[in-house]
Structure formats: structure tokens, C-alpha cells
Design a protein around this ligand. Structure first.
Ligand code: UDP
Ligand code: MG
Length: 318
């Protein structure tokens, strides 16, 4: 009987310090699973250090290593879809390069896959090596995001997961340019299985995220998933208009009954500032959605490939 092929997909951006360690741990693990064939597909996301060279060296000694070199740095979300496009496996396991996702969980994922689950994701029980502020903001964010949408967005579940081929095909159909993959996993549905793990601190190197990027990802998360903020704007606008209307009637009646009184600077300025502020905020919200629509209507390819293994690519395949 032919063995099933499992692709291990590793997006990597400036990861030269951890790659040798990662390779060692992956190979140990793969060798312990002789019933499967493995392909380790690195997606080099325009690294500025030695990452690509290290991967190429690894491939020379081990043909199970494959790599995709993107034409520049596109970000992890895009690196992942590029990897999914080129992955050959019957299942794809996405794992961070920095060993924060322990590869030792892979056998368990494969076990559940064989039991018929399509999307086995690892959920963090703890987050070692992350600051209180990062944990707190992340918790609040998921609360807010979840309150917006019916689709269950896995809190504390990252991209570390095993995807059956049919999930991969589903994700490949979603060619939106501002990707929020975490939400897409939920969106496609299929049989999900959660396994718990303790997230380790990064093995070496530095995190590629900063608060600015995280805030942007958060806004993408909300705007790509729900138009609830637009509805909020409508409701809020209605409420403010109603209050404004009541105040207008009050002012008219007061003027008729009591005559014109000139003072009123404070109330006028307060109202102008308040309404002005609200209008700007909601213009911003509208703009967010308009901006997304703008990017999507261009329907540009999501990425360009420099090379896939030894082949020089001139254009994307898909
Ligand atoms: N990554 C990437 N492109 C980027 C930034 C990050 O492919 O522009 C990869 C990175 O190499 C790593 C994974 O995405 O494998 C997660 O990145 P990181 O560990 O910096 O994020 P964190 O774990 O802090 O959320
Ligand atoms: Mg990390």
C-alpha cells in the first residue's frame, strides 16, 4: 500500500538561528513515523539573513526538504497560502520556525487525522515567555472579535495545525489579499479537533511582531470577518440623532416660551466637538471597509515566487 504524504509547512522570515535546531527536531520526529512519507516545505518569506542558504544546504543533504522562495517579504499570512499552494501532501501541518510550536505534537495530530478529523489544531494552555500585556490584550481582542461574529474563532489557537487535503483545497479557494487565516480556518468548517499544549518561548532569534503589526492584524481580523462596526455606526447614529431631535424640540419650545437667550457657548461647542468626533470615527470605520474593498477589487496575485526548489519560477502557477 502506498504511504500517505504529509507536508510540514514552515514559514520562515529571518530564522537563521533556529533552523538547525528545527531541522534536528523535525527529522527526529519524522524518522519515528515510518508509516508516512514526509515533505518539509520551507517558505522563505524574503529573509534578509542566511535563512535561504541554510535551507538550500539542508535540501542538499536531505531531499525531503523543499523550499519556496518568495520574491520579497509578504508577511506570514501570505507565506502560508503560498505554502499551501505548493504543498503536495495528503495533509499539511503548519508550524512556526521558531519552535514555539513543539513538533512532538505531530504524531498526536496524525493520529486524530487517521480517526477522521480534518483540522486538528493545537491550543495553547499557557504562554510562556510572553508579557502580561501581550496576554491581556490578546484575551480582550478575542472577546471582542468573538462578540462580533457567529463563527467560532479559536481563541489561543494559532496556525499550528494539521489540515486535511480538503481543508487545504478550501483555503486555496479563498484568494483575498488581506488574509486573516485564523478566521478562515473556522470559516471553512469541517471536523475540528482541539489538542492542548504549553507554548514554549521562542528557541532563538527575535519575534517578528510588534504592537503596530498586531494592531493591524487585529483590525484586519475584524474587518475581514464582520460588518458589525458598520451596523454599530448606524445604531449609534440613530441614537445620537434621536437625542439631537429631542434637544432641538426643547430649544425651539424654550425660545418661543422664554425668548432668545444669547449665552450657550459651552453647550454649542460641546455638541459640535462631540458630533464632529463621532463623525470622524465612523468615517474611519467606513474607510476601513472601503479600503478593503479597494484592495480586493484589484485582485492582484497574492505573491510572486522566485524559486521552487531548484526551479526558477517566472510566474505563479496558480
Ligand atoms: N514569519 C514570516 N513572515 C513574516 C513574519 C514572520 O514568515 O513577515 C514567520 C516566522 O518566521 C515564524 C512565524 O511566521 O516562523 C511566526 O513568527 P514569530 O515567531 O515572529 O511570531 P510570534 O510567535 O511572536 O507570534
Ligand atoms: Mg514565534
Amino acid at each position: 500500500m502506498e504511504k500517505k504524504l504529509v507536508t510540514i509547512l514552515v514559514p520562515a522570515y529571518n530564522e537563521q538561528e533556529v533552523l538547525p535546531m528545527l531541522y534536528e527536531r523535525l527529522v527526529n520526529l519524522i524518522d519515528g513515523l515510518p508509516n508516512y512519507d514526509f515533505e518539509v516545505l520551507f517558505v522563505n518569506d524574503g529573509s534578509k539573513d542566511n535563512t535561504l542558504n541554510i535551507i538550500m544546504e539542508l535540501r542538499q543533504k536531505d531531499q525531503r526538504i523543499c523550499y519556496l522562495n518568495l520574491s520579497r517579504n509578504y508577511g506570514k499570512e501570505t507565506a502560508m497560502i503560498a505554502g499551501l499552494d505548493y504543498a503536495k501532501g495528503d495533509a499539511v501541518i503548519i508550524i512556526d520556525a521558531d519552535l514555539q510550536d513543539p513538533p512532538e505534537l505531530i504524531p498526536e495530530m496524525i493520529k486524530y487525522w487517521e480517526e477522521g478529523y480534518d483540522d486538528i489544531y493545537a491550543k495553547r494552555r499557557s504562554r510562556k515567555g510572553e508579557t502580561f500585556l501581550k496576554k491581556f490584550t490578546s484575551k480582550m481582542y478575542y472577546k471582542i472579535l468573538q462578540s462580533f461574529t457567529r463563527i467560532d474563532i479559536g481563541k489561543d489557537a494559532g496556525d499550528f495545525r494539521l489540515l486535511d487535503r480538503r481543508c487545504v483545497e478550501a483555503l486555496k479557494l479563498m484568494r483575498e489579499s488581506q488574509r486573516y487565516t485564523k478566521g478562515l480556518y473556522s470559516w471553512i468548517g469541517y471536523n475540528k479537533k482541539e489538542i492542548l499544549f504549553d507554548r514554549d518561548p521562542r528557541a532563538a532569534g527575535k519575534t517578528k511582531w510588534n504592537y503596530g503589526k498586531l494592531v493591524n492584524l487585529s483590525i484586519d481580523g475584524i474587518t475581514s470577518f464582520t460588518t458589525a462596526p458598520l451596523r454599530w455606526a448606524t445604531f449609534f447614529g440613530l441614537a445620537v440623532s434621536f437625542i439631537g431631535f429631542v434637544y432641538m424640540i426643547y430649544t425651539i419650545v424654550k425660545t418661543i416660551v422664554k425668548g432668545i437667550d444669547v449665552p450657550g457657548y459651552a453647550s454649542t461647542i460641546v455638541i459640535i466637538l462631540f458630533l464632529g468626533g463621532i463623525q470622524l470615527v465612523f468615517l474611519g470605520v467606513l474607510g476601513e471597509y472601503l479600503g478593503r474593498a479597494f484592495y480586493e477589487t484589484k485582485s492582484r496575485p497574492l505573491y510572486f515566487i522566485d524559486r521552487y526548489n531548484e526551479e526558477r519560477e517566472t510566474n505563479i502557477k496558480k
